[in-house]
Ligand binder design. Structure first.
Ligand code: ASP
Length: 334
């Protein structure tokens, strides 16, 4: 269900003097009367999401997406900076057992969980990431500390976990991430019956005009231990540049790494002058293959993109003009 543009707000905009009322160009969102425009997009993974998804489960996904979107919306409306907002929203999704990130992560071939995450600041291209961590409750928080507290971009495995202890980041036993649903999916994957993946991501334009992106995942079900996907590889699954867009991908990580998906979208915008939508459409539909996955993005003007070549992508978007919607399949607004 779409939250309607509040009538009082619409009336207030109509009453603004003509000089102040800048009409949005087609495809753009209008700014709010204070001029403090913000926008947010989230995803909870893309893949073969059956339209026969049991109603209860579908409702649970919609509720989880809505709750995360609400958290981000409130933080942005309160003027919180982009980096803080993407971290906060992704932490919430990491704690939601429905999504393949943090609690609810998929199982490796060994029956354990290995998590990847990355965060990026569009102001100066600073970035932080962790890969193959097994005991960190909120990998996105550790990724942010890699960015702010070390001269490095990516820490892996034991080194990342030692760094978690040094910085006071919460560690849990690996079983903390277990869920019966993902265990069943792992059992099916071991019988070669389908793939199970997903990821969570959040991209934001804040009221100061800055962009940030964050992505977190358990990776692919039944992956080899030690396998690292696209999520913590800056430019593959995660990217943010104030000059272009903040982007977060989800799908077959190896393809996202090969084609440098999020950086490619940003580069097309900067070097070819394409819009966010054009660049995302090109890379998802012409560079990648069907069923590879999707991407979410927001640019510095608040335009958003949610493009995927799979059956569905759990996603949601909200902005300062009153838009608030979540969806799973093409053209379906929940
Ligand atoms: N991209 C993730 C990975 O390959 C999985 C996903 O987004 O579904 O690790």
């Amino acid at each position: 269900m779409r939250v309607r543009f509040p009538a009082a707000l619409a009336a207030a905009i109509l009453l603004l003097p003509a000089a102040c009322a800048t009409a949005p160009a087609p495809g753009e969102t209008a700014s709010d009367p204070s001029g403090a425009r913000w926008a947010i997009v989230i995803h909870g993974g893309a893949g073969t999401i059956s339209r026969d998804l049991p109603a209860e489960r579908k409702q649970a996904y919609v509720a989880g997406l809505r709750a995360a979107l609400r958290t981000g919306t409130e933080a942005l409306a309160a003027g919180e900076p982009a980096l803080a907002v993407v971290e906060k929203v992704v932490r919430q999704l990491e704690d939601d057992p429905l999504f393949n990130a943090g609690r609810g992560a998929v199982y490796t071939s060994e029956g354990r969980h290995e998590l990847d995450a990355a965060i990026m600041d569009g102001r100066d291209l600073s970035a932080g990431a962790v890969a193959a961590v097994t005991t960190v409750r909120h990998p996105i928080t550790l990724a942010r500390l890699v960015m702010t507290e070390t001269p490095h971009v990516l820490l892996v495995g034991e080194g990342a976990e030692a760094f978690a202890d040094q910085t006071g980041v919460e560690r849990v036993r690996n079983e903390f991430f277990d869920t019966p649903f993902r265990r069943e999916a792992w059992e099916r994957a071991r019988q070669q019956e389908g793939e199970d993946r997903d990821t969570v991501g959040c991209v934001v334009l804040d009221t100061a005009g800055n962009l940030a992106a964050a992505t977190s995942t358990g990776g692919l079900t039944n992956k080899r231990f030690g396998r690292v996907g696209d999520v913590p590889i800056v430019g593959a699954g995660t990217y943010a540049d104030n000059r272009t867009a903040a982007l977060s991908g989800t799908g077959r990580g190896e393809e996202f790494i090969r084609h440098n998906v999020t950086a490619a979208i940003s580069h097309r915008m900067r070097l070819l002058g394409e819009s966010l939508e054009q660049a995302a459409q090109h890379v998802i539909h012409r560079t990648l293959q069907p069923e590879d996955g999707g991407v979410i993005g927001v640019d510095a003007r608040g335009n958003v993109a949610m493009v995927f070549n799979s059956t569905g992508m759990y996603r949601g978007t909200a902005d300062s003009a009153g838009r608030f919607e979540v969806a799973i399949w093409e053209d379906v607004e929940e």
